[in-house]
Design a protein around this ligand. Structure first.
Ligand code: FES
Length: 107
């Protein structure tokens, strides 16, 4: 399946910001890090924390609940207590709109 879901305009998602979007009943957080866009499932694999509310440092997001960290580019865990990676989604820009692919990169 090749389905792209509209998230926001590029202008409304400036560097340092995040947008949330429902992708087939999965909450997805789309981050603008220095002009590059990265999309992850917005659920920490440790205990369900909302990652979009966490602090971004470089390309990493820190879960606001217990401090697990994930690489936004790959979804990989970089610090405990989480031990499972998070799902990532492809992002594209089309006509100045940010879009995410409906299938996560793990499928
Ligand atoms: S829920 Fe994210 S570190 Fe515990």
């Amino acid at each position: 399946m090749s389905e792209w879901i509209d998230v926001n305009s590029v202008a409304n998602l400036p560097p340092g910001s995040v947008s949330l979007i429902d992708v087939n009943d999965i909450e997805v957080a789309v981050f603008n890090i220095g002009g590059q866009f990265y999309a992850i499932e917005d659920i920490c694999t440790h205990d369900g924390g909302t990652l979009a509310e966490g602090e971004v440092q470089g390309f990493e997001i820190e879960c606001p609940r217990h401090g697990a960290r994930f690489d936004l580019r790959s979804g990989r865990v970089t610090a405990p207590p989480a031990c499972e990676d998070i799902s990532t989604f492809q992002v594209r820009i089309l006509d100045n709109r940010v879009q995410v692919h409906a299938a996560d990169d793990n499928h």
